[in-house]
Design a protein around this ligand. Structure first.
Ligand code: CO
Length: 294
């Protein structure tokens, strides 16, 4: 990795860390989720970053991918709130997440994913087997008597690509492959009071342009043109609702029919367990550089 690229990652990471802490401070009973997400995304731009994916806050048994539509009225009360933030500089992405416990009763659950992340990050160096990282996460979370979510994992961070190789599991998958210098990836343990398996549930608020196909409808063309400005990165339907109003539903129906859009519905714990998450991004040089820490 050249110095210029490295510095772009570092800058993205610094902004992501600042915005995560800022976002955390906004999560309070009575605040509206959608308002907090707007403020978080505005902060990213204010600090000179670009949005790598829509900010998301997933509550209680929803582990990830809750991204409300424009008219969503969900408010914070006594939930376990996972905040996931992604920032990029010229396509070089930092991905970080944290959990806020508004119930005041699940500090252990928060600690479990946080400590699992710390244990994993301590292990990371060139040549370590992927299964060893998963094993450390699994051991730490089960030490707290919770379950790691097995069908969610950390992921490589590519240029304008938030999910690439390597996949960093939250348990020992037996993956003998190693991580090596030059890799950039996110590590994200999830701890659940339930079984630790998630499934897609409910209406998606996050989408990605999968392939572009011609359409003659002027409304759809207009929406598609806007979507193309996101450079293939995930986006919120809410952003388009703001810009185009109810026309968006029509355009989305057509784009979905054409197979242009990939959607990311909320991921919910199958046994309705409460879920916590912690996430940092790493550049692997001769040692691990965790570039989303404050
Ligand atoms: Co991630």
């Amino acid at each position: 990795m050249d110095e210029e690229t490295f510095q772009k990652y570092i800058k993205a990471g610094k902004i992501a860390a600042q915005v995560r802490e800022f976002g955390k401070s906004l999560i309070k009973p009575g605040a509206k989720v959608v308002d907090v997400l707007d403020q978080i995304e505005n902060k990213i731009k204010e600090l000179g970053g670009e949005i790598a994916f829509p900010a998301q806050i997933s509550l209680n048994e929803t582990a990830a991918h809750f991204c409300p539509l424009l008219n969503d009225q969900t408010e914070f009360k006594d939930q376990i709130c996972k905040l996931d933030v992604g920032v990029h500089i010229d396509g070089y992405i930092a991905d970080t997440a944290t959990t806020v416990d508004l119930s005041g009763q699940h500090q252990d659950l928060i600690k479990a994913s946080q400590e699992a992340l710390n244990k994993a990050l301590d292990l990371i160096k060139p040549g370590i087997k992927i299964k060893e990282i998963g094993k450390a996460i699994h051991e730490e979370i089960t030490r707290y008597n919770f379950a790691p979510i097995k069908n969610l994992s950390g992921h490589g961070l590519g240029h304008f690509d938030i999910h690439t190789k390597p996949s960093i599991p939250n348990y020992d998958t037996g993956d003998e492959r190693t991580i090596e210098e030059g890799m950039v990836f996110a590590v994200e343990p999830f701890a659940s009071t339930g079984k630790g398996v998630v499934y897609e549930s409910g209406e998606a608020g996050v989408f990605m342009l999968e392939n572009k196909k011609p359409t003659r409808n002027p409304i759809t063309r207009q929406v598609l043109k806007e979507i193309e400005t996101y450079n293939g990165l995930p986006f919120a339907k809410r952003w388009l609702e703001k810009k185009f109003g109810a026309k968006v539903n029509f355009a989305f129906r057509e784009l979905k029919q054409l197979g242009c859009l990939k959607e990311f519905p909320p991921l919910v714990d199958e046994s309705k367990g409460l879920v916590s998450q912690a996430e940092h991004s790493v550049i692997l040089k001769d040692k691990a550089i965790v570039f989303t820490r404050i």
